[in-house]
Write a protein that binds this ligand. Structure first.
Ligand SMILES: C[S@@+](CC[C@H](N)C(=O)[O-])C[C@H]1O[C@@H](n2cnc3c(N)ncnc32)[C@H](O)[C@@H]1O
Length: 347
């Protein structure tokens, strides 16, 4: 009841009876994705009075959700009582094809604090790639489900390493543009308790710190552009690597391909040299120093030998010799590590 009173204070009512809480109106058709304990959905439902305009979803089945979030029960009841459509097992990758969602259009599609779980440390590039997959899938699916002038909202931390997710670029690549970025405060949504969502400690809340709601709309005339095709201006990076076995070599190549597939960067990766000790990477926007440090950490010794500027479909033009043992701690796009000279270690 305490939360209900606070929610009522947070609501503004228009002359026509339309109710607003922050960015959301009782006249919007709203789809909520990746809910935790459904407290955000419940907050909106209470604010609007009726939740006939809302569909609230979780990735988990109802059974798993109740295991992870024992507190979800009352929120689900509140939502049901107010006419909200609740759907479980909704994956951001496939939500536009979900039988209950297909051919439905929404004015607002919202994913608060998307997160892929905790397989690696939060600042590890491999973890960031997993997060990017979820966010990009959400944005791509949302693009197909937006009504005219509709918006996809992602609330996300704006501090390092979360800035490394580059969510504005991900949106751009699926044909969305940033409409507005607004500071997010949990206080604006009384009763909402943001949840970790993944094990261990799924039901724990977390400090949101500095964060914003990123609002994206469909780019004018963009249709469904989807991902970039081929490099325009590329770099060829030659790295000396110490890979002790074919297994390590293939792990190194796999790692580079994985990283830069999501960085939308590399067009080829090869092992060269008589001793099979050169890794040659060609692509655009390649962060050579970050890549080298990543290889050192995850695979073994690596050092840049040279970086060549290339033009699309042209031979290498300009060659820049690089100190073979770079020490650089200011990589903009890739997380980096203290050098690890040990042998091949993961993957
Ligand atoms: C940090 S929690 C945030 C939960 C909730 N949105 C909140 O604000 O409390 C991240 C959520 O993303 C969900 N999630 C992860 N991958 C997803 C996917 N592919 N599709 C939909 N939801 C996903 C998880 O189930 C988890 O609940």
């Amino acid at each position: 009841m305490y939360a209900h009173n606070l929610i009522n204070l947070a609501v503004s009512v228009q002359d026509n009876g339309e109710k607003w809480i922050k960015h959301y109106s009782s006249s919007h058709k709203i789809l909520l994705v990746g809910e935790g304990d459904f407290s955000f959905a419940a907050c909106l439902a209470i604010a609007f009075g009726s939740a006939n305009n809302m569909v609230a979803t979780s990735l988990d089945s109802k059974g798993l959700l109740m295991e992870k979030h024992p507190t979800a029960g009352p929120n689900l009841k509140e939502l049901e009582d107010r006419g909200c459509t609740i759907v479980h097992d909704v994956d951001a990758h496939t939500m536009s094809q979900h039988p209950l969602l297909t051919n439905k259009l929404f004015d607002r599609i919202v994913f608060n604090f998307p997160h892929a779980g905790f397989d690696f440390r939060e600042h590890d590039i491999l973890q960031i790639i997993q997060h990017q997959k979820v966010v990009k899938a959400f944005l791509r699916s949302a693009r197909d489900m937006l009504a005219e002038n509709g918006e996809a909202h992602v609330t996300h931390k704006t501090t390092h390493p979360f800035t490394q997710w580059h969510i504005e670029e991900l949106a751009e690549e699926v044909g969305l543009r940033l409409v507005e970025k607004v500071e997010f405060r949990t206080l604006d949504y009384p009763g909402y308790i943001n949840k970790r969502g993944a094990r261990p400690r799924s039901d724990r809340t977390f400090l949101v710190g500095e964060c914003s709601t990123f609002k994206f709309g469909v780019k004018n005339g963009s249709g469904k552009p989807e991902d970039r095709t081929g490099p325009i201006n590329s770099q060829k990076i030659v790295m000396k690597v110490q890979l002790n076995s074919d297994k390590c070599r293939s792990k190194a190549m796999k790692l580079v391909r994985l990283v830069f597939f999501f960085m939308r960067s590399v067009s080829s990766v090869e092992i060269q040299g008589a001793d099979k000790d050169e890794l040659v990477v060609i692509g655009e926007r390649v962060d050579s120093v970050g890549l080298t440090n990543l290889l050192r950490k995850k695979v073994g010794y690596a050092a840049i030998v040279k970086v060549e500027e290339m033009k699309a479909k042209e031979e290498p033009k300009k060659e820049v010799e690089v100190n073979p043992t770079p020490i650089c701690y200011t990589v903009p796009s890739i997380v980096y590590y203290e050098p690890n000279q040990s042998g091949c270690s993961i993957m």
